[in-house]
Design a protein around this ligand. Structure first.
Ligand code: FES
Ligand SMILES: [Fe+2]
Length: 394
């Protein structure tokens, strides 16, 4: 047996073993890692201002109320007369009744089940005149954007009700070239930050996915709400598979990660020529429980008489990716990643500069305060976009 075969088998064996262990112990607290423990008990903020996914557009039909707890708030969404989504508190301003689950939507107005008062875009539309004309009876609405089949709302971490004016516009890539779409949703007991860290962390491609070689760059905008990295990975395919697909070299996977705050992380992937855009949306539900929705926008499935690796990848997507993402990242990661010493917050050893830079970006740009770093941390050179622009202008 060759070394490579042993490696491949060992990789799958440990994957299966970890899945088994996870499923046996999933309700126990033995996996509560030190990193999580410190975040839970330290002063790392649970919620950050930004655009967050409420639901995919398909999940909010006209005449329907969707009730969700997000960012620690009790929220409802419905579509108004023009079909635009409205997101606001679940509390009625009449006598603090709740819209969901007993309320309804008629002609683009939400109706409270308690005394039947109706509201349109947060404004009272029924009841006595003094109620309708009282500005304090208006329900503050979150700014909402519906784009790429996803409904986003702005959350303001500084205001008490979470409603505020967005400090940036949502600028998502155009996905109209990708006719195929698939969505996966999971709820994971972790803060958004370590969840994204796992995705951009170059080490995880080797440890978790088994890539043999990888290279990663910090791309030059880590500025305000934007942070970007690029990864290039090479996965070693078994020789038989390479022969079947007539590949001379192991295939290359490229992943360009682009953050818009902590709620939206866009990855553009190119796997041996097969292109896809993935929008990872993370919305905290409450405390450190996060809803993670991954939407993939892909090219059509490819067919050809001569088997090609690119076509093969187009066939197995998105399910291959979803299986990997779901099991490896959400089910497995707590046992595997969080227990590793480098997951301790503020302590990043050599070789984890990207994670380091990511944490700096959160501190400087999203939190507005630089925090002390652990003794193993090497300060990463951090390049805000405005500095780059000034350099170019000179
Ligand atoms: S509490 Fe909502 S209508 Fe009275
Ligand atoms: Fe991954």
């Amino acid at each position: 047996m060759r070394i490579k075969d042993v490696e491949n088998k060992a990789f799958f064996a440990q994957f299966i073993a970890r899945l088994f262990v996870h499923n046996v112990f999933k309700d126990s607290q033995i996996f509560l890692p030190k990193g999580d423990y410190e975040r839970r008990h330290g002063d790392f903020p649970r919620y950050f201002s930004g655009w967050y996914l409420f639901v995919p557009s398909d999940d909010l039909a006209e005449g329907e109320i969707v009730h969700k707890k997000l960012n620690g708030l009790d929220l409802v969404a419905y579509r108004n007369k023009e079909g635009r989504p409205v997101v606001h508190s679940n509390r009625c301003t009449h006598m603090d009744g709740m819209f969901a689950p007993l309320g309804s939507v008629k002609d683009g107005r939400i109706q409270c089940a308690y005394h039947g008062y109706t509201f349109e875009d947060g404004k009272p539309r029924s009841g006595p005149a003094e109620f309708r004309n009282d500005p304090s009876k208006c329900i503050p609405c979150h700014p909402v954007t519906e784009v790429n089949g996803l409904i986003f709302f702005w959350f303001d971490a500084k205001s008490e009700d979470g409603v505020g004016v967005p400090t940036w516009e949502l600028d998502l890539p155009d996905v109209s070239d990708f006719p195929r779409r698939a969505t996966m949703r999971s709820i994971t007991p972790t803060h958004m930050a370590p969840l994204h860290e796992n995705i951009i962390d170059d080490q995880h491609f080797m440890i978790l996915h088994g890539s043999q070689r990888y290279k990663s760059d910090l791309l030059p905008y880590q500025h305000k709400h934007r942070f970007r990295t690029r990864n290039r990975m090479i996965f070693a395919l078994p020789d038989r598979m390479k022969k079947f697909f007539r590949l001379e070299e192991d295939p290359v996977t490229e992943m360009d990660s682009d953050f818009h705050g902590l709620g939206i992380h866009i990855t553009k992937a190119n796997i041996a020529g097969f292109e896809a855009v993935m929008i990872h949306c993370t919305t905290p539900i409450e405390d450190e429980v996060t809803e993670w929705t991954l939407t993939m926008y892909m090219d059509r499935r490819q067919w050809s008489l001569i088997p090609s690796y690119r076509d093969f990848i187009s066939q197995i997507h998105p399910w291959g990716t979803f299986a990997q993402v779901y099991y490896l990242h959400t089910q497995d990661r707590r046992a595997f990643f969080e227990r590793a010493p480098y997951r301790f917050y503020e302590d990043v050893p050599k070789g984890f500069e990207k994670v380091n830079a990511f944490r700096r970006w959160i501190q400087v740009e999203l939190l507005g305060e630089e925090r002390p770093m652990g003794k193993n941390c090497i300060p990463t050179k951090y390049t805000p976009l405005n500095v780059l622009q000034d350099d170019a202008a000179e």
